[in-house]
Design a protein around this ligand. Structure first.
Ligand SMILES: *[C@@H]1O[C@H](CO)[C@@H](O)[C@H](O)[C@H]1NC(C)=O
Ligand SMILES: *[C@@H]1O[C@H](CO)[C@@H](O)[C@H](O)[C@H]1NC(C)=O
Length: 257
């Protein structure tokens, strides 16, 4: 079960075993309530292709396993996701709604991964990563980039949406076949800076990691990172890496975008 430690396997999705589930439960109890997130819980099905920036990220792990995260397209060349979605290699899938339907889906491999060097896998701070694509994404009605919130968009947005193919229920161990989305309301009660947080039992969960937090103006404000329960019995807090705080780092990696 050593492959189930945080930072390694809490995004286990299609193939998650009972052992993993059990270990996650134990980790949830022993690690101050922090777990990587992954399920859109309490959400609804997205209108097919209404979020053309959504990326289904295939993560090719050591020993031939494949796992999944979410991500989002920023340009012809770059995708954003969470740093804890790191893998040996990646395939970016664009234009996906139902992942069993490969019609019109672009599969692009990743040339280079840029996780934040200060990503901390203990407290999940700076959980953000850019992926440079090996060949350019072809834009069409189902494949389009999303704009990022700027440093001037630092005040707390009110109404936001998270989307992903993560589990839709805590009791199941497989991903959603279709893209799901859920409304979330942000709260000031964050465990750390450089985060946006939302509260409550609905929100992102296992398998949604790396997906975008999209707010009123249609820009991406955050990256789905982890869930946190301050004390047992308290409502869960969902944490998102706060994109406006990373704009200068993003500019260094994508100077021409
Ligand atoms: C990572 O976070 C933990 C918990 O906040 C902290 O104790 C540790 O020093 C951090 N590691 C680094 C390298 O900053
Ligand atoms: C979710 O948010 C959107 C946009 O803010 C709003 O139009 C919609 O009614 C909300 N849905 C729910 C279920 O609250």
């Amino acid at each position: 079960m050593s492959h189930c430690f945080p930072g390694a396997q809490l995004d286990c999705d299609l193939t998650m075993s009972i052992h993993c589930e059990l270990l996650i439960l134990i980790l949830t109890l022993t690690l101050g309530g922090q777990v990587h997130t992954g399920e859109v819980i309490g959400g609804h099905e997205a209108v097919p292709h209404s979020r053309p920036y959504m990326v289904l990220l295939e993560r090719h792990m050591q020993h031939g396993k494949t796992k999944h995260c979410g991500g989002f397209l920023l340009s012809e060349d770059f995708v954003m996701t969470a740093a804890h979605c790191q893998a040996s290699s990646y395939t970016v899938l664009l234009g996906v709604d139902n992942f069993r339907n490969s019609n019109g889906v672009q599969h692009i491999s990743v040339d280079q991964a840029f996780p934040r060097k200060d990503y901390n896998e203990t407290d999940f701070s700076n959980d953000i990563m850019l992926l440079k694509l090996r060949s350019k994404a072809k834009f069409n009605k189902n494949v389009r980039p999303i704009a990022l919130a700027g440093q001037g968009d630092g005040s707390l947005p009110k109404s936001c949406i998270v989307s992903g193919w993560g589990r839709t229920n805590k009791d199941i161990s497989y991903m959603s076949v279709v893209l799901m989305e859920v409304n979330v309301t942000l709260t000031e009660r964050c465990p750390n800076t450089n985060l946006y947080c939302s509260e409550g039992e609905t929100g992102p969960g296992k398998g949604d990691s790396g997906g975008p937090l999209v707010c009123e103006d249609g820009k991406a404000y955050g990256v789905v990172s982890h869930n946190f329960r301050p004390h047992s019995g308290d409502p869960e807090i969902h944490c998102f890496a706060k994109i406006p705080d990373y704009r200068s780092w993003i500019k260094l990696i994508m100077p021409n975008e």
